[in-house]
Design a protein around this ligand. Structure first.
Ligand SMILES: *Cc1c(COP(=O)(O)O)cnc(C)c1O
Length: 490
């Protein structure tokens, strides 16, 4: 990194050092399996030449990426810092302690666990720790047992009969919740009796009164807040109040918006960490780190979370924990605050761009990092819109909208996120242009027909010339804001 560069945490103006590091790494890979080296080069070319608007993706810094490619990958380190089931873990201990320390400091959390391999794994750790803390331990105490090993098979049988499944209340998938918040195809919907809360059908906004009423009736053990596709902020003080009123544990999954918390765009009642008993997140979305997860918690849950491996996790990925430490160190720099504010400002620009061109947005706008476009007004399904946009070099994903008429597979929405292109340096004008390009593509796409001649939910016809003109207009912006500038591969 050049001294004095005003980079967004290492994203601009790479030194020739990084170029030669990657060049040589690819040559080493090519000597064993050239097709993997080639795919790796091609992936960089593809990411450089498309508009990445997937709300859950980003571009990690070279420091983060390089940290993942080391011999830490070769270590086994089940257990916790200083308490491993394997020998020779002193350096892994350094790595895991630093990752946890940065996480605690960055988010102001009393406790952090850096081992989860992904967001889903972080949620599994959280669920088990809540069950252990609030159900298993009190039940053992009632039976006069100190730990589970003292229970006989008969004790277990009576416990299961008495306790049954515990209850979880989470946000419904079609209003923006996540699969792991009690949805049936996920284990969270099978290990818990689950119910869901949603948004107001008129405004599309979270309806706290309806949520409170549902919580009072259902009396969940766990109230889950957090989302993947809700374009608004959440008041976590209110969430905690509701959890307290019904004696529930508040678990917040900030997988999508952790970068906005880290960058202090979400503060006060919009910052979940002080209000939640347990907070989970991914590290690779707006937080811009390696693929992985984190659990933050109040002290009371620490001992049970520490049992995450081997309870629900395999051996920790030490190389990824090292990269988490690097990414969290980046997120503690003041530049990251600027980056996070830009993410939110850019989402507003994108939403305004859609609104002024007459496109319908769920909730009418955004105040976080994502925008959810209802494509039914273009006469399209989400599937058709997603494919037509991809043909034009605009990478998005289809997403359900509240009460989606096309179901969870075809859907009626397209979700856009600003974290990735904000990392490249896109600003207000570029995001307005992105809205213009998207509206141009969608207004020039017609639904196709099935073989039998009926209306199709998947096939589509994009008018001639539209993909070309979109590619040309995006290339102009992408060239102005190169991805990994200075990184040249020969
Ligand atoms: C992305 C996401 C996850 C899952 O993260 P993975 O790393 O893919 O396992 C969990 N919860 C929410 C809210 C998410 O958006």
């Amino acid at each position: 990194m050049k001294p004095g560069s005003t980079s967004l945490c290492g994203m601009s103006d790479l030194s020739s050092l990084t170029s030669s590091a990657y060049q040589q790494a690819l040559e080493v890979i090519a000597s064993v399996e050239p097709r993997i080296a080639e795919a790796t080069r091609q992936e960089l070319a593809d990411q450089r030449s498309s508009l990445k608007l997937i709300a859950s993706e980003n571009y990690a810094s070279p420091a983060v990426l390089l940290t993942m490619g080391t011999w830490f990958s070769d270590k086994y380190a089940e257990g916790t810092v200083g308490h491993r089931f394997y020998a020779a873990c002193q350096n892994v201990d350094t790595v895991e302690s630093l990752a946890a320390e940065h996480a605690r400091e960055l988010f102001g959390a009393p406790y952090a666990y850096a081992q989860p391999h992904s967001g889903i794994d972080a949620n599994l750790v959280a669920f088990w720790s809540i069950l252990a803390n609030r159900v298993e331990t009190p039940a053992l105490e009632k039976l006069g047992a100190k730990n589970v090993n003292e229970l006989t098979e008969a004790d277990w049988e009576s416990l299961r009969a008495e306790l049954g499944n515990q209850r979880l209340l989470g946000m419904s998938l079609d209003t923006g919740g996540h699969l792991t918040h009690g949805f049936r195809p996920n284990i969270s919907g099978k290990m818990f009796h689950q119910q869901q809360y949603g948004t107001d059908p008129e405004s599309g906004l979270l309806d706290y009164d309806a949520l409170r009423a549902k919580a009072k009736e259902f009396k969940p053990l766990v109230l889950v807040a957090g989302y993947s596709a809700y374009p608004r902020r959440v008041n976590f003080a209110k969430m905690r109040e509701i959890a307290d009123e019904v004696g529930a544990v508040l678990m917040v999954d900030m997988a999508h918006f952790a970068g906005l918390v880290a960058g202090k765009v979400f503060t006060g009642e919009e910052n979940p960490v002080p209000y939640a008993h347990v907070t989970t997140t991914t590290t690779h979305k707006s937080l811009r780190g390696p693929r992985g997860g984190l659990v933050l918690a109040q002290e009371e849950f620490a001992a049970d979370i520490d049992r995450g491996c081997p309870m629900v996790l395999g051996g920790p990925l030490s190389h990824v924990m090292a990269a988490k430490a690097v990414a969290l160190a980046e997120a503690r720099k003041p530049e990251f605050g600027t980056y996070a504010q830009n993410i939110a400002d850019n989402a507003k620009s994108l939403a305004e761009g859609f609104n002024k061109r007459g496109a319908r947005l769920v909730t009418g706008g955004t105040d976080n990092h994502l925008v959810l476009l209802d494509v039914t007004s273009f006469g399209l399904t989400g599937r058709q819109a997603e494919s037509a946009l991809l043909d034009a070099g605009v990478v998005t994903n289809r997403n359900s909208i509240p009460a989606d008429p096309n179901g969870a597979w075809y859907t009626s929405g397209i979700r856009f996120g600003t974290p990735a292109l904000t990392t490249r340096g896109f600003g207000h004008d570029e995001f307005d242009k992105v809205a213009e390009l998207v509206v141009d593509v969608l207004s020039n796409t017609q639904p196709g027909t099935t073989r039998a001649g009926g209306p199709s939910k998947a096939s589509y016809v994009l008018a001639e010339g539209v993909a070309d003109r979109t590619h040309a207009a995006s290339a102009e912006m992408l060239d102005k804001h190169p991805l990994y500038p200075g990184l040249e591969l020969t």
